[in-house]
Design a protein around this ligand. Structure first.
Ligand code: SAM
Length: 287
């Protein structure tokens, strides 16, 4: 039976249909699934955290290559299907729950054998919470070494954007790692097909943040403030969003060698780092 047929059959048998509100577009194209797994370069030493395992098409392929897989799925109906689909693998731990609230540390402790100091995250992400999932993983104290995620193509382009087209999402991902698009998946590879095409993004996380920043929390306060009105000039946006005196914000921009009339999307990571450092001096340690 084809993968589409198999998924349909299992859903029907369980009396389920895909839930749009949970981003349930299942990947039923074997080639696309294999490309995701390939991009993760799995070895028999790897622990994989799979996000949004659904009916398990990807989970099976991951389990065949990795040492262990912790598969998280929010929908209890799908968890039952997933259990039967991976029943012949002894290295899959299934967790029913919300990836945005489950503690990463306890998820990883479910991987019973070997060292799980290092782990990789793979997932065909539920699109309605893509940014929240990425933020959670990247900001965690237990960061993965590698992320391979399928996201909407337009979101993938935003993640890998360069100065001129940067966004809060691009800065957030690029601060922690090097993202690149490793493949495109047409909407027709999913059941049901979503409205837009998707792309596979691989992010290699770096040991150190990719910009020299003393206070990561403050750095992101400044970046968020900068992007709060992305079409406005940076100087005005920062004065307004950070509630700092205009002359001092202008002086901080000068010291950071950034023209006050620039827009947030034109700044590089290094420029954000310089700016947050200079604004720290203006705002003082309490902010
Ligand atoms: N991995 C499967 C595949 O490739 O066909 C399913 C991918 S589907 C795009 C996203 C999956 O994430 C769905 O099964 C959905 O139920 C699940 N999901 C949605 N929100 C979730 C959350 N907050 N935590 C965990 N899983 C979630």
């Amino acid at each position: 039976m084809s993968l589409t047929g198999d998924v349909l059959h299992r859903l029907k048998k369980a009396g389920l249909s895909p839930r749009k509100g949970l981003g349930q577009n299942f990947l039923v194209d074997e080639t696309a699934l294999r490309r995701i797994v390939q991009a993760a370069e799995l070895t028999s030493d790897d622990t994989v955290l799979e996000i949004g395992a659904g009916p398990g098409g990807l989970t099976r392929l991951l389990a065949a290559q990795a040492r262990q897989v912790v598969a998280v799925e929010i929908d209890p109906g799908l968890v039952e299907i997933l259990q039967s689909v991976v029943s012949d693998f002894g290295n899959v731990q299934i967790v029913q729950g919300d990836i945005l609230t489950l503690p990463l540390e306890s998820l990883l402790s479910l991987a019973p054998v070997g060292s799980h100091e290092q782990f990789k995250v793979v997932g065909n992400l539920p699109y309605y919470i893509t940014s929240a999932i990425l933020r959670r993983l990247l900001e965690s104290s237990r960061k993965p070494s590698l992320l391979v995620v399928t996201v909407q193509e337009e979101v993938a382009r935003r993640i890998v954007a360069q100065p001129g087209e940067m966004s809060l999402l691009a800065v957030s991902v690029q601060f922690y790692g090097r993202p690149r698009i490793v493949g495109r998946i047409p909407a027709g590879a999913f059941y049901p097909p979503p409205k837009v095409d998707s792309a596979i993004v691989r992010v290699d996380l770096t040991q150190q943040a990719r910009a020299d920043v003393d206070d990561v929390g403050w750095f992101f306060s400044v970046v968020r403030a900068g992007f709060s009105a992305r079409r406005k000039q940076l100087h005005n946006t920062l004065v307004h969003s950070l509630a700092l005196p205009a002359p001092e914000v202008r002086a901080a921009l000068d010291r950071a060698a950034i023209d006050p009339s620039r827009r947030a999307q034109t700044l590089s990571l290094d420029e954000w780092a310089r700016l947050s450092h200079e604004l720290r001096c203006v705002a003082g340690p309490q902010s």
